[in-house]
Design a protein around this ligand. Structure first.
Ligand SMILES: Cc1cc2nc3c(=O)[nH]c(=O)nc-3n(C[C@H](O)[C@H](O)[C@H](O)COP(=O)(O)O)c2cc1C
Length: 185
């Protein structure tokens, strides 16, 4: 039997009522039993400054260590101006440094996005995929979890109530676990 997999998730939004955070919280409930999912809060990661690479801020050190310890990464991101939010890009930039110590190197990953609009953050997902090339990560391609009109699918308590979206997240998680086990062989 494959060993228990440890997935690390984070959200490209600091908003308490974030719809993307709600997707990750739903993912915790929908996980296959052979995996765990912990959420790392990006709040407190300072703006990237290359001068600090040699003495990384504590929060960044913790972030890098948590990524390194994870078997797989789960991104949940809004779309800001047709791309990934600065909060997410900033965190990724820190974790990819210093040169030669990219914490994401070789990790399998999956992406979800939610937006209040009709395209569900699809453009941010494709920008994120471009970033993943340089990070040398291995994202799964299907299913695509692109949550349109998020305000109609997530209630005031942050519960994802839309059954179709819950099903596709469950399938995504199953695919991520299978992909991660395959890469480990
Ligand atoms: C600065 C900014 C830019 C945005 N740009 C886009 C965009 O390009 N496409 C889109 O679908 N939604 C855009 N939105 C709306 C977000 O999708 C919406 O605020 C979403 O709920 C944010 O995710 P969150 O709920 O996880 O915080 C933008 C919102 C902000 C604050």
């Amino acid at each position: 039997m494959d060993k228990q997999l440890n997935i690390l998730g984070f959200v490209g939004s600091l908003r308490k009522g974030s719809y993307n955070r709600a997707l990750l919280l739903a993912a915790v409930e929908l996980l296959p039993k052979e995996a765990t999912l912990e959420i790392f809060d990006l709040e407190g990661i300072p703006p990237f400054n290359q001068e600090l690479e040699a003495r990384m801020p504590e929060k960044v050190k913790e972030f890098k260590a948590r990524i390194r310890a994870a078997d797989a990464i789960l991104f949940a991101t809004p779309e800001h101006n047709y791309s990934v939010p600065g909060v997410l890009k900033n965190a990724i930039d820190w974790a990819s440094r210093p040169y030669g110590d990219n914490s994401f190197e070789g990790k399998p990953c999956a992406i979800m996005s939610a937006s209040t609009g009709m395209l569900g953050g699809a453009r941010a997902q494709y920008h994120l995929r471009q970033i993943l090339v340089f990070l040398n990560m291995h994202p799964i391609n299907k299913p695509e979890v692109i949550v349109t009109f998020a305000g109609q699918k997530i209630d005031q308590q942050g519960m994802l109530t839309d059954e179709t979206t819950r099903k596709v997240i469950k399938t995504l998680l199953e695919a991520l676990v299978a992909w991660t086990n395959r890469l480990k062989q």
